[in-house]
Design a protein around this ligand. Structure first.
Ligand code: NAG
Length: 341
């Protein structure tokens, strides 16, 4: 097949995919659900069990539980903020959906955001799909993160993508953006066992942003300071060269919450309840979401505050602007330790 022909075909696929997504985003929800229920009635496990999406819909119809009401409000806020803040956007291509993982057996789409319990969600999805057995928390991390361990929406054809987007329960988990960023820094730069990240990104940061650096630092990138990491994020060259690494890329840029309909927005700050809410909808409330001991919320905030206290107000402001969409879309307020004015 000629090159031109190939390109034309690809153009068509992308255009029709985009059109379908646009349709999804704008169709009134009630109409969409009526359509989906009909489509699912005949298909869903022989009609014996309701799909997670139908269960969520039922919850919204009946006097909702407190938790269901919280989730409805989060969805509404996300939708309102999206329509307020987003202008015309580029069409989504299948590869933009790389972070959306698929569980066909349960009718689930999960968009993973690194540093927001994504390893544990992948463990749970592996257990749900029968690709791993036993207690999810016992599944080794290398198996969880092995490429292709879970199918991604990006691997399907546009028609198959749209079918799943219509019928499946889509969810993501988000976290206070600066606490996530602080966690990424600590995890990938400040700890001795993050050699791969230090060599790949640390050396680059030192070379670019530390005049007169020691040979040792240039070779290993092992001692990147938080201020240097932030300068790297704000340096226009960084995103011109390649997209941000997923550990510090903004959640909205990984999951496109204004283009795809998310049914549940879970939060790291209320991980256990929100995970249980999703697993209830899946009908797998027996499956326990791994809950390793975590530091208290106040301690986490103090840690982030300590990292940011040495950052100038000018950089704080610019960094806040960089992550602003995540703050607004997911209802996080600007941390009180920032000096934004
Ligand atoms: C947004 O956050 C505020 C403050 O934490 C809270 O009171 C409110 O209920 C939240 N709104 C939604 C829709 O989650």
């Amino acid at each position: 097949m000629g090159r031109r022909c190939c390109w034309r075909r690809r153009g068509l696929v992308v255009a029709s995919l985009g059109a379908a997504f646009l349709l999804l985003c704008t169709a009134p929800r009630a109409l969409r659900l009526a359509f989906e229920n009909r489509a699912l009635g005949s298909l869903w496990l022989g009609g014996e069990r309701k799909s997670p999406l139908q269960l969520l819909y039922d919850l919204d119809q009946n006097p909702p539980s407190l938790l269901a009401e919280v989730h409805r409000q989060r969805r509404d806020l996300l939708r309102r903020t999206c329509s307020r803040l987003t202008r015309r956007q580029h069409l989504l291509r299948p590869e933009d959906l790389r972070h959306v993982l698929v569980d066909d057996a349960h009718g689930l789409l999960y968009c993973y955001v690194p540093k927001v319990a994504c390893t544990n969600w992948k463990r749970v999805l592996l257990a749900l799909s029968g690709r791993a057995h036993g207690d999810p928390s016992a599944i080794p991390a290398h198996q969880v993160h092995a490429p292709g361990s879970l199918p991604s929406l990006a691997d399907f054809s546009p028609a198959e993508i749209n079918r799943r987007l219509r019928a499946y329960l889509a969810f993501l988990f988000v976290r206070e953006p600066f606490e996530r960023l602080a966690s990424a820094y600590r995890n990938k730069f400040a700890r001795p066992y993050s050699e791969a990240f230090q060599r790949r990104y640390g050396t680059r940061i030192v070379r670019r942003l530390r005049p007169g650096a020691h040979a040792d630092a240039l070779a290993h990138g092992h001692d990147v300071r938080f201020a240097e990491f932030l300068s790297y994020l704000l340096d226009p060259r960084t995103r011109r060269d390649e997209p941000f690494n997923e550990h510090w890329e903004r959640a909205h840029a990984l999951c496109h919450p204004c283009r795809l309909r998310y049914d549940v927005v879970g939060k790291f700050e209320t991980l256990a309840e929100d995970a249980a809410f999703v697993l209830d909808l899946v009908g797998e409330s027996k499956l326990s979401f791994p809950t390793p001991p975590r530091p208290k919320a106040a301690a986490v905030r103090d840690q982030a505050a300590r990292l940011f206290q040495d950052i100038s107000p000018f950089y704080q402001r610019r960094l806040f602007d960089l992550y602003k969409m995540d703050f607004l879309l997911f209802n996080y307020s600007a941390p009180s330790y920032l000096r934004l004015h």
